[in-house]
Design a binder for this molecule. Structure first.
Ligand code: NDP
Length: 334
């Protein structure tokens, strides 16, 4: 009898905000195991804003997914069959690509072993996964914060943002976070180290930012792009630093690759804008993991999650993520 996997396919390209029926759950046969291969049953799937990018026809790091093509993304799971001595049955693994499905067969070398004793499995998609490492790389390698500096963080209560806020606060920085949700604003202050918050849905972002930072911003960690990036550019100090991480405000628009309208302010103020992505920091993975895990275990870092149950709800979880339904990392539990 052939094993099958249930996997989401792209049913059509979303027009603006995605909808759950832009994705279709299909059943596909699984190949038999070859040498050094494993069969994995996923336990948690990641949904991330970047997944919106290959749903467009724009070329970039994330090449467009064909209509009917399988969705991919991060996942953690358990090895249930193995021909690999290094990754026996019963091991737990992270895959950067084999999300949006329940079962898969892959080469053992394409997977990363994870330790379920150190942290819950879902943490390897969040605070100890690509989100946490993205926050870490942007803070420790790009912005290099100093105590007493002021930082503005956008999408501050999300998977990357909550870690950025806490790392900055642990460095002794003054943290201002933006969110579109008062419940998240309260958490930012109570739990994630923010001194002040701005609700970009109900407030004038530019005016509030200027009000909180009359002397200007030393740093901006940009998860949102668009109007947030423009407001931050207006509020930067001379020689301020920006870590350009993502542009979620633009992901549902016709061209997510466009830049800010007031770019010239960077020239006038001598602002350093450093774009980065976590793929560029593979060599630092062990160092990032060690430091993040140390802070998590010591209680210096919280790794909040929003958990959605059921493979069949993965498309809806992704839709809800872009609409702001998550606090911390959004994951799907199988
Ligand atoms: P989040 O957990 O932050 O989820 C997305 C959040 O974005 C929502 O919860 C919502 O929060 C906010 N949001 C949605 N639409 C808007 C909008 N129009 N304006 C402002 N905020 C909005 O996701 P991640 O932490 O995974 O990702 C954050 C950013 O980091 C994304 O841009 C992503 O692409 C980027 N990223 C980049 C990586 C890299 O290597 N460079 C790696 C990982 C992520 P709210 O309710 O507050 O509006």
């Amino acid at each position: 009898m052939t094993d099958t996997s249930r996997v989401f396919q792209l049913a059509r390209r979303p027009d603006g905000a995605p909808r759950p029926d832009d994705f279709k759950l299909a059943e596909v046969p699984l190949p038999a195991l070859g040498p050094d291969q494993v069969k994995v049953r996923n336990t948690f799937l990641s949904v991330d804003p970047y997944m919106r990018l290959p749903m467009t026809t724009l070329e970039g790091v994330h090449a467009p997914t064909d209509i009917g093509g399988e969705m991919d993304g991060g996942a953690v799971g358990e090895v249930i069959e193995s021909t690999s001595g290094a990754m026996p049955k019963g091991s737990f693994v992270f895959s950067p690509l084999m999300g949006w499905r329940d079962l898969y067969v892959a080469g053992a070398s394409s997977l990363v072993p994870i330790d379920p004793e150190l942290a819950p499995l879902s943490a390897y998609l969040g605070v100890l996964g690509l989100s946490g490492m993205t926050a870490y790389a942007g803070m420790e390698y790009v912005l290099k914060p100093k105590a007493g500096e002021t930082i503005f963080v956008s999408a501050a209560a999300g998977a990357v943002g909550m870690v950025v806020c806490q790392l900055a606060s642990n460095h002794g920085c003054r943290v201002i976070g933006s969110t579109g949700d008062p419940r998240k604003a309260a958490l930012l202050k109570e739990r994630f180290g923010a001194e002040a918050t701005i609700n970009y849905r109900t407030e004038d972002l530019r005016a509030s930012l200027k009000q909180f930072t009359p002397d200007g911003l030393d740093m901006y960690f940009d998860n949102v792009g668009g109007s947030h990036l423009e407001a931050a550019l207006d509020s930067m100090k001379v020689h301020g630093r920006m870590a350009l991480c993502g542009a979620v405000e633009l992901y549902n628009s016709a061209n997510y690759r466009r830049g800010p309208g007031n770019f010239f302010a960077a020239i006038e103020k001598g602002v350093t804008l450093t774009g980065f992505n976590i793929g560029l920091y593979a060599a630092q993975r062990a160092e990032m993991m060690r430091d993040l895990a140390g802070q998590l275990v010591s209680g210096a870092l919280h790794g909040d999650e929003t958990i959605v149950d059921g493979l069949e709800n993965t498309g809806k979880a992704f839709v809800d993520l872009l609409a702001g339904a998550n606090v911390g990392k959004m994951v799907v539990r199988l």
